[in-house]
Design a protein around this ligand. Structure first.
Ligand code: ACM
Ligand code: ZN
Length: 477
């Protein structure tokens, strides 16, 4: 039986018949019938190999499928017909390059594997409390000073007194965007506001309530240094930054964060209070939403579809066009929103946060998670799940080898839930195909976690979990 990752919609085999792939050049047939532009058919026959699709995207996915078949079987490949189409329109992976940076070549390596798994959205987390990693022409000082922190107080193995810094030049960003475009991946930049903004405030202290000096943070955590939403200049600076980013990132989506915003400083800030009063707002949720709505509207005028984390829903009056990325939804706001027509992306911390160890979110757990199986989500709400995404946060991940080991093979599992219909899923079959895919990727220099590490049990599970969780208690600023 031919078992691929992600498993195609249908595979019909002529059991026992094989052809030599190197005997043929692949014939392309463009279909004029309108179908999903990511769909394709692949025919491997005794007299040749043909791929059919209605667009370049479809041909691309057909080629990825053929490549995987060759990597599993070698030159002698099985005669078969594959008819394939994705389950979800949005199939995302997120890499946090603010806490630790990865080189352009390292990112390309990750993106290349992701493309072969048929992911089509790269959510690039580029700015946070611990670093601002974009070259900006409008604010060169933000790049120069906001990209450097004085040292590291991350997990107990990553403590250092050496300054840590770096950023992506505009040329490098365009190189990544172009690399992704060729693989039909849309790059979604994230500028996380109004929280997670210490790097911005380090350079522009006047954008914080009270204008005090703020450091680029050296540890993980949620910090009270957030943007002052009552300060007029805040809006101006953010608009200038996102305008420049829109030039760099021509894709459909723009992510504005909105998660984990302690509003303590807003309570006693005359500017924030005055804004709330003039807008007739009586609570902090409303004030946060006023800011988010304003940034979102500005981006929408530039033609962007704006995404925010689920905290953006607090306040009850979020901009109607915003898409919500659901990561932790204790009050069920994202579920309610989806039931009422809002488009959401399922990016559940449990079990899709790939920075957690396999001991906590095992390969099997990740595989068995069903993106629309969310408590309280109605049938019509399920229709509003645009897709799914797995983020990897990098406070405790400072090398590409570690990044790869965390993501692969767990991103195989996410890819399969994003692309394949649930009826075609089976953990047993998936795990055995994962062994082959890991071997193929190892030979390309990708550090996939070995099968013995996929589903830790007993003492191994306890030790790995404890080692990870202990990182959270050894930090300081
Ligand atoms: C998040 O993990 N704070 C989105
Ligand atoms: Zn303020």
């Amino acid at each position: 039986m031919i078992r691929l990752i992600p498993q195609p919609l249908s595979v019909t085999e002529n059991t026992g018949a094989f052809v030599k792939a190197s005997d043929f050049t692949v014939t392309r047939k463009t279909l004029s019938v309108k179908q999903c532009d990511e769909s394709y058919s692949l025919y491997i026959k005794a007299d040749g190999i043909t791929i059919c699709a209605s667009s370049e995207k479809g041909f691309f996915y057909a080629e990825k499928t053929l490549e995987q078949i060759i990597s599993f079987y070698g030159d002698l490949i099985p005669v078969c017909t594959v008819n394939d189409s994705p389950r979800f329109e949005y199939r995302g992976f997120m890499i946090d390059c603010a806490r630790h940076m990865f080189s352009v070549d390292e990112l390309k390596k990750m993106i290349d594997v992701a493309a072969s798994l048929k992911f089509n959205r790269f959510h690039w987390h580029l700015a946070d409390d611990q670093g601002f990693r974009i070259e900006l022409k409008c604010y060169p000082e933000l790049t120069r000073l906001g990209s450097v922190r004085a040292g590291d107080r991350f997990g107990k193995n990553l403590q250092s007194d050496k300054p840590y810094g770096g950023f992506y030049t505009q040329k490098e960003i365009s190189e990544i965007v172009d690399f992704c475009r060729k693989r039909f991946i849309d790059v979604i930049p994230e500028l996380d506001v109004p929280g997670h903004s210490s790097a911005l405030l380090h350079v522009f202290p006047e954008l914080g309530c009270g204008g005090k000096n703020v450091s680029v943070k050296m540890s993980n955590g949620i910090f009270k240094d957030v943007l002052c939403v009552g300060e007029e200049k805040t809006e101006t600076v953010i608009r200038n930054i996102v305008s420049e980013l829109c030039e760099l990132f021509p894709g459909e989506y723009f992510h504005i964060g909105g998660d984990e915003v302690p509003r303590d400083n807003w309570k006693n800030c005359p500017k924030c209070r005055s804004l709330a009063e003039s807008a007739g707002i009586h609570d902090l949720d409303g004030l946060q939403q006023l800011f988010i709505n304003s940034v979102a509207a500005f981006l929408q005028e530039k033609g962007k579809t704006v995404i925010g984390w689920n905290e953006c829903l607090k306040g009850g009056k979020l901009n109607g066009g915003m898409v919500i990325e659901r990561w932790l939804d204790p009050k069920g706001l994202a579920v309610k929103a989806a039931n009422n027509g809002r488009i959401i992306i399922a990016a559940p911390l449990k079990p899709y946060y790939a920075d957690y160890p396999y001991a906590i979110y095992s390969l099997k757990k990740v595989y068995l998670y069903e993106p629309t199986d969310i408590k309280g989500l109605t049938e019509s709400g399920k229709e509003n799940v645009l897709g799914t995404e797995s983020p990897i946060w990098t406070e405790f991940i400072n090398s590409c080898a570690s990044l790869e080991a965390h993501c692969f093979p767990r991103w195989f599992a996410v890819a399969e839930s994003a692309w394949s219909i649930p009826e075609n899923k089976s953990y047993r079959e998936f795990a055995s195909a994962s062994v082959k895919l890991c071997e193929a990727l190892h030979s390309r220099g990708i550090n996939c976690t070995l099968p013995s590490g996929w589903n830790p049990t007993g003492i191994k599970r306890l030790c790995e979990s404890a080692a990870f969780l202990s990182n959270f208690s050894t930090t300081g600023k």
